[in-house]
Structure formats: C-alpha cells, structure tokens
Design a protein around this ligand. Structure first.
Ligand code: PLP
Length: 377
C-alpha cells in the first residue's frame, strides 16, 4: 500500500460522491434539456446540484457555469470575459498562473490584446505595486490565482480586488487548488469570476465550474445548443455535476476541522524536512500557504531522482505541477520566485488530503534523508 501525497494533482473521489452519482448513471439518465419526465428528473438533479454549488459560494445558481474541469473554466473566464468587455484589449495575469490561465492570456495577443504579466516576491506573493502600475482604463480583465499549485502560496485576493474594483476592472481567480481548503464566499473574496475543478476536492475528474458574477458579460467558447444559459453549449453532464456539488458541500462542511488537521501534519512535515535533510529549503510562503501543501528544493539533486527513490519505498509525490512533470524545463513558478534554474529543477512537492495520516508524514520523514542522499550520489 503506497503513501499517496499528491492530492494537488488529484484526490480520490469521496465515497458519498460515488453513492450520489450512481443513480444518475443508472436510473436518472435523461437529457436535462428534454421536456419529458426523464428529462425533467435529470434537470431537477442538475438544478439541485447548481443550487448547492451556489450556496457554498454565496452566489446565485444562474451564475454557475458547469464545465469539463478547471482548464475549461479558466479558458472560458480569461477569453470569455476579456473579449466581452468593451473597455479595450488589455489583460493582466500573475507570473505564477497555471498554464490554463497564463497560456490562454498569452494566446489573446494573437487577437490584438496586450498582456501584462505581474511578478511575485520570493515567497510567491503578488507584487501589488507592480499590479497597480499596469492597470489601465482599457484593462478588460485581471486574473490572479487564489492559491498556487506548485508552491502553495495563497494570494491576498481582497487587496487585489480593492485595486481592481477602484478602476471597475473584473477580477477572475483560479481557485482550483483553493476549493475545498479555503473560504469560497465570493463576496468576501471580492472576485467577479472563480474557477474550480471537482477532482481536487473529492469530485470526479473531468468536471468543474466557472462562477461569473451576473453583471459580468461573457462570450462563450463552445457554440451549439445554448445550454448553461448560452455560456457553455453541450449536453450537461448531470452525474458529474451532482458529484461536484456533493464533494464541494462535504468539503465545506468539514473544512475547518480538516484545515486544522492538515495544517498540523503539514507543519510537522515542513519542520521535520528542514531539520532533517541537509540543503532542504521550503518553496512558497511559510504560513500563507495551502493547509496540506509542503514543497521543497534540495541543493544539488534532481527532483525527479528523489521522486524515483521515494517511490521505491512506496511514497508517491510530485516534482511540482502534474502538468509540467514530463518537462525538463525549470518551473516558471519557481523561476518567478527568483530561484536559480538549477535549484528550481530540484523541486519536490508533497500534498496532503483527506486520506493522509500521521504515519504517512512519518514515512516521509524517515525515507527522505536517505532518498536525497541517494539522489546526490
Ligand atoms: N489551475 C490550477 C491551479 C491547477 O492546479 C490545475 C490542475 O492541476 C488546473 C488549473 C487545471 O485543472 P484540470 O486539470 O482539472 O482541468
């Protein structure tokens, strides 16, 4: 049985999600757009799921657009809001965005947009003065992630929101890593759009949503039957939506206790690694980070080699983001925090979740010094 410490890549579906989804795969199988009884039953399930998601966000159900996951939600937010906004053709993103936001924003250059990429400090916190300096009368969107997948740093969204609000600029946040772990009340966060991906908080892979404040215009990416109030065509996956709602609700109901539990485990892991592994350094902010996120660099060793050593003793983790795990290139996130490319290539990330126990952390603390030693030979 392996020790699974890669919950930021994906977290197993919760049992109650599987139980809730099953009837929607076997009995309630109509198309929610159909007017007959089977369709109405599916629509009732969909409406209930949307209401649950909206309640967790403190939003209206009609503002929730169900998508195929975080990537689609990010693409829809960035392209959809930036293009619909008549203010102009200028977009601002942070330098540590997931490629689903960063690449989407950069692709807008092909449509005549100017894109400003704002830097972060050594802990991965956004440079607020630099943000304020690039905002313009023709800025159509600012997108800054809630919490980073590689280094766990949580951004000061309320402060970022104040800067944007003062100028009437919509603010989108990629909350893919934050959802399930951090508060999601959109009014308190002060954001105008928020993306989430269900499999990061115990829902199903290939499902997620974009919440967009009612007054914010959005151009759809997918054209067709006009589902999701015309913002995302295609027959809605009712079972996945039900799973997303059940997972989000379960995560929200247990969040405070789980955050305390994970923070305790994380801090023991961080302190133990920094004390027990020569040359180890934490990446990201020491305290303003996701509760279950511990990421490190190890002087002089390849992160991938450490991973392979750990896997031999049954510990599964990651070298950074799952998406760039195949690439030799140093992570753009670690480079943005000022790390040297050679150091950035030594990244190892442990991400804890609902299945993580104290013995899992002990296993890492036992095995890591030897794994790093072996990797440096
Ligand atoms: N944004 C962030 C911060 C992520 O960590 C991920 C996935 O790891 C995504 C977006 C994309 O989510 P998905 O792969 O579920 O589409």
């Amino acid at each position: 049985m392996s020790v699974y410490l890669d919950h930021a890549a994906t977290s197993p579906p919760r049992r109650e999600v599987l139980e809730a989804v099953w009837p929607y795969l076997t009995q309630v199988t109509g198309n929610p757009s159909s007017s007959h009884e089977a369709g109405r039953a599916a629509k009732a399930g969909l409406d209930a799921a949307r209401q649950v998601i909206a309640d967790v966000l403190g939003a209206r159900p009609g503002e929730v657009v169900l998508t195929s996951g975080g990537t689609e939600a990010d693409n829809l937010a960035v392209t959809g809001i930036a293009t619909a906004n008549p203010r102009g053709r200028h977009v601002v993103v942070s330098a540590i965005e997931h490629p689903a936001v960063l690449e989407t924003a950069l692709a807008l250059r092909g449509d005549g947009f100017t894109v400003d990429v704002v830097g972060v400090d050594g802990d991965g916190l956004l440079d607020l003065d630099a943000l304020a300096a690039v905002l313009r009368p023709d800025t159509t969107l600012v997108s800054v992630m809630y919490a980073n997948n590689e280094i766990g740093t949580v951004q000061p969204l309320a402060e970022i929101s104040r800067l944007c609000r003062a100028l009437g600029i919509p603010l989108h946040t990629d909350a893919v890593q934050a959802a399930g772990h951090l508060p999601l009340d959109v009014a308190e966060l002060g954001v105008d759009a928020l993306s989430a991906s269900a499999h990061k908080f115990g829902g199903l892979r290939g499902a997620g949503f974009l919440w967009v404040r009612g007054a914010v215009p959005l151009v759809p990416l997918l054209h067709g039957g006009g589902q999701e109030r015309g913002r995302r065509s295609g027959t809605t996956d009712v079972a996945s939506a039900v799973g997303t709602a059940v997972a989000l609700h379960a995560a929200a109901s247990t969040r405070e206790a789980e955050v305390a539990r994970l923070t305790g485990l994380r801090d023991r892991l961080v302190d133990g690694v920094l004390a027990g592994v020569p040359g180890a350094r934490l990446t990201g902010h020491r305290t303003r980070r996701l509760p279950g996120h511990a990421s490190f660099c190890f002087a002089g060793v390849g992160g991938e080699t450490v991973l392979a050593e750990l896997e031999q003793v049954g510990i599964v983790c990651s070298s950074g983001s799952a998406c760039s795990a195949d690439s030799d290139d140093a992570s753009h996130v670690l480079l943005a925090t000022g790390l040297d490319p050679d150091v950035a290539r030594t990244a190892v990330r442990f991400t804890l979740g609902p299945t993580t126990t104290a013995p899992d952390v002990d296993a890492v603390l036992d095995a890591l010094p030897g794994a790093v030693r072996a990797a440096s030979r």
